[in-house]
Design a protein around this ligand. Structure first.
Ligand SMILES: Nc1ncnc2c1ncn2[C@@H]1O[C@H](COP(=O)(O)OP(=O)(O)OP(=O)(O)O)[C@@H](O)[C@H]1O
Length: 226
C-alpha cells in the first residue's frame, strides 16, 4: 500500500500538533519516523490508520482518501493489546476470524511458529514474558495480512537483547510478507537498523527523508535539531 500526504495538518480540539506535512510512503518499504517527544509521531500514525481525520490537506492510500479505519491498515502499539483471558493461539485466531479464514487453529499455530512461539500457543498472556507477548501481537498483526502495518514504538518497553531479536524478526518476516511498514521510534539506532528510509518529523512537518543505507546517525540527529 502506498501513502501520499500533502499539506496535511493534524491536531486535537483547538490545538494543531503538526502542519504542512508532505510525505510519500512507498509500497512495500519500511519507513521509520523519528522525532522528538510530542512532535506528533503517534498522531501521524493515527491519521494513517484513519482514526484521526486531517484538519487540512489530504491523505491518500493507494490513491483513495483515507476516510476511516480499515483492516488493510493495522496498528501495533508498545502496550500489550492482547486479550488476557484468551491463549496466545486464540488471540491470533481473532485476527483470522475477522478475515473469515477457515481452519483458524492450524493457521494460528503456523503464525505463532513463525515468531518462534509454537511451543507456547496454549499459554495465557500473563504466562508469557513482555517480549513473547509482543511476538504474539506481531503474529496476530501479520495473520490479518494487512497491506500496511503502522507500528508505534512496538519494542520500546523491551530490554536491549530482546529488542534486537524482535528487530531481526521483523526484518525477516517483512522479507517474507512485504507489507508497507510505517514504524515510529525515537531511537535513531533502531531507525537505521530497520528502515529503508527514515523520515525526520518536527512540529513544522517532515524535516528530511533519508535513504537509510546512505544516512548516518549524525545526519539524522542534525535534522532532528534543525
Ligand atoms: N488524544 C489527544 N488529545 C489531545 N492532545 C493530544 C492527544 N494525543 C496527543 N496529544 C498531544 O499531541 C502532541 C503530539 O503527541 P504524539 O503522541 O503524537 O507525540 P509523539 O511524537 O508520538 O510523542 P512521544 O515520542 O512522546 O510518544 C502532544 O503535544 C500531545 O500532548
Amino acid at each position: 500500500m502506498r501513502f501520499e500526504l500533502s499539506g496535511v495538518t493534524l491536531g486535537y480540539g483547538g490545538d494543531a500538533v503538526v502542519g504542512g506535512l508532505d510525505l510519500e510512503v512507498r509500497s512495500g518499504e519500511i519507513l521509520v519516523v523519528v522525532g522528538g517527544s510530542g512532535c506528533g509521531k503517534s498522531t501521524l500514525l493515527r491519521a494513517l490508520a484513519g482514526l484521526l481525520p486531517p484538519r487540512g490537506g489530504r491523505i491518500l492510500a493507494d490513491g483513495q482518501p483515507v476516510r476511516g479505519p480499515s483492516s488493510e491498515r493495522a496498528l501495533m502499539f508498545q502496550e500489550d493489546a492482547l486479550l488476557p483471558w484468551r491463549s496466545a493461539r486464540r488471540n491470533v485466531e481473532l485476527a483470522l476470524a475477522i478475515r473469515k479464514v477457515p481452519d483458524r487453529r492450524r493457521h494460528s499455530e503456523r503464525w505463532l511458529a513463525e515468531v518462534g512461539l509454537g511451543e507456547h500457543a496454549a499459554r495465557l498472556p500473563a504466562q508469557l514474558s513482555g517480549g513473547q507477548r509482543q511476538r504474539v501481537q506481531l503474529a496476530r498483526t501479520l495473520a490479518a495480512q494487512p497491506r500496511a502495518i503502522l507500528m508505534d514504538e512496538p519494542f520500546g518497553a523491551l530490554d536491549a537483547q530482546t529488542r534486537a531479536g524482535m528487530q531481526q524478526m521483523l526484518l525477516d518476516l517483512h522479507r517474507a510478507n512485504p507489507a508497507t511498514v510505517v514504524f515510529v521510534t525515537h531511537d535513531v539506532d533502531e531507525a537505521l537498523i530497520l528502515a529503508d528510509r527514515v523520515a525526520v518529523l518536527t512540529p513544522r512537518g517532515v524535516e528530511a527523508v533519508l535513504d537509510a543505507s546512505a544516512a548516518t546517525k549524525e545526519e539524522i540527529l542534525c535534522s532532528l535539531r534543525a
